[in-house]
Design a protein around this ligand. Sequence first.
Ligand code: SAM
Ligand code: SF4
Length: 326
Amino acid sequence: MMLDSFGRDHNYLRISLTDNCNLRCFYCMPEEDYEFTPASRLMQFDEIEAIAKIFVAEGVNKIRLTGGEPLVRKDADKIILSLSKLPVTLTLTTNGTRLHEYVEVLKQANIKSLNISLDTLQADKFLLLTRRDQFRQVYDNIHRLISNGFHVKVNVVAMKGMNDTEINDFIEWTKDTPVHVRFIEFMPFSGNKWTSNKVFTWQQILAVVKSKYPVVRLTDEKHDTAKKYTVPGHAGTFAVISTMTSPFCSGCNRMRLTADGKMKNCLFSKEETDLLTTFRNGDDIVPLIQQSIGSKAKELGGQFTADFEQVHAEEIHNRSMITIGG
Ligand code: SAM
Ligand code: SF4
């Protein structure tokens, strides 16, 4: 068991496989000329496997692979298949552009559910947001995964002036498609042009949906970060991840490992613990993991509060999202 000083048990590890990506979402990757970490500084296949096993021995029972884009890593299939042999629920978060190449691997790994990011249902806006013309590929891959029996959650970062007018288009999509749309409040990270007036809040999202549809709240499960809803009669559901207006830190069970082997006890933590260097030196990383968990802040990395209108992004010390692993 990995308990922090607030009694929260940490059994969920998110591993970033790379800080490389084939899209350029402005809210995640700060600049076009961003330099990816050289491969030698990333955790290698055997290091990921060994470090994951150490976390599992300490109580981890769920692992999410993320990035950057996890599926641009050349040995992603090998990593997925290897981690699928551990006694964990394995899943991943992906931008969906490469999923057509991975359907069989995901099946072999017994992955049942995955998160795919898609912030707009308009091809021209997709290009504006991601600087790459891949809307059709992602949209088709979402449907491909659904028809192959996967439970698909679609992550939509809701941003005022960008996609707030599309909320009900996403809800309409859930009418006949068993897709689970999750609107995520826009979060501040290094260099991502965040300002509080670009946050489209949980309450605003809900008001938009309720203006057109009857809405029923679904029951939250322990550790849920999303407030879940359904429109009666729709094949899919929707949810809101209200990190900025109503954080869910009290039930947090997450830890993160960056692609260069640094542990973060919170998405917003200032501090990082270098597990990879210690591991490469042949030393025990368990005391470092315990120390990191023991020093976890009560909420939001101790850097801000849910009073998001008072948040000044430039005062937050953190990496960019792409180098953390969302
Ligand atoms: N490349 C994969 C993808 O796009 O799904 C995985 C990594 S991405 C960093 C993980 C998730 O973080 C995505 O759903 C993305 O939309 C979300 N994300 C990135 N920057 C964000 C921000 N500033 N606010 C809220 N969510 C963000
Ligand atoms: Fe790449 Fe995902 Fe970040 Fe977009 S959100 S730049 S797809 S890592």
